[in-house]
Design a protein around this ligand. Structure first.
Ligand SMILES: Nc1ncnc2c1ncn2[C@@H]1O[C@H](COP(=O)(O)OP(=O)(O)OP(=O)(O)O)[C@@H](O)[C@H]1O
Length: 264
């Protein structure tokens, strides 16, 4: 479905500050894969998602989506195929617009009239049933400005917006990390439910190793811009956090370094 072949990306190439953030990443993502992505500090997790979304262009290798070479496609063109949710709940929605206006923009994603944010009666009926799905009672508040909502409510709506026009791939970059534990858990349960109900191909970066083991059918670990572990199915679900740490040590000969991961 989505294939990366030898994808390499440097920041500040040719300068003393050069960083090789992705180093010949090859990955074959199958339709319906739900992949959790973990890795040490600065391993390249966000860079990988940004490179898939077209925010960064690789300086080597290729990215193919359903047979199309999208390596040089601009971000806006890829946005029709990809849904994204970032860590910061403020990034995915527009605070000064109402819930209905935000959802209307999401519903028109990829259409030629994508900048129209008028809300029709058909939109309202559709949004009421969609928003009902997230179970927060927001279907009766469609005309409230998004800026009035809590971080968890915004993040749940951002997720809904990201999948309103079915994306070929859903990219989640630590999308629950900025929420309090209880809210983070409900957004995570919602994620699991929607991804499985819609059988969405998903890549989810998390700093929580337990979450990475429990969710999805496949787990990859990045380190210094390389994939150093790729496990799926039974081998993944039977992993423990200690197994992950031991495998990291076996491959790299050093302790895993991510304060946030180890403290979770
Ligand atoms: N815009 C940028 N300009 C320069 N260097 C960058 C930029 N973005 C990331 N890097 C560097 O690229 C490497 C990979 O960073 P990235 O943010 O992808 O790591 P990460 O795995 O998401 O890390 P963390 O878990 O610590 O957030 C790091 O060395 C980082 O400092």
């Amino acid at each position: 479905m989505l294939t990366l072949k030898d994808v390499t990306l440097h920041f500040h190439k040719g300068s003393v500050n050069e960083v090789r953030a992705l180093n010949r990443i090859s990955l074959d993502i199958k339709d319906g894969d739900f992949i959790t992505v973990i890795g040490s500090n600065g391993a390249g997790k966000s860079t990988l998602l940004n490179t898939l979304a077209g925010t960064f262009k690789p300086d080597g290798g290729s990215i193919t989506l359903k047979g199309d070479d999208i390596t040089r496609w601009p971000e806006y063109k890829r946005a029709r195929h990809m849904g994204r949710v970032f860590q910061d709940p403020l990034l995915g929605t527009c605070a000064s617009l109402t819930i209905a206006q935000n959802l209307a923009l999401a519903r028109r994603r990829g259409s030629t009239r994508s900048l129209r944010m008028g809300v029709t009666q058909d939109d309202r009926n559709f949004f009421r049933s969609e928003v009902h799905k997230i179970g927060l009672g927001l279907e009766s508040r469609l005309d409230d400005r998004i800026g009035l909502l809590s971080g968890g409510q915004r993040q749940a709506l951002t997720l809904l917006m990201a999948i309103m026009v079915r994306p070929d791939i859903l990219l989640l970059d630590e999308h629950t990390a900025a929420l309090d534990p209880k809210t983070a858990n409900s957004v995570l349960l919602l994620t699991e439910h929607l991804v499985s109900e819609m059988n969405l191909t998903t890549l989810m970066v998390t700093h929580n190793m337990n979450q990475a083991i429990k969710l999805g059918n496949r787990l990859i670990m990045l380190h210094q811009g390389e994939i150093i572990m790729d496990v799926s199915g039974e081998a993944k679900s039977s992993l423990s956090v200690n197994d992950l740490l031991a495998q990291f040590y076996a491959v790299k000969g050093e302790e895993f370094s991510s304060d946030r991961m180890l403290l979770t």
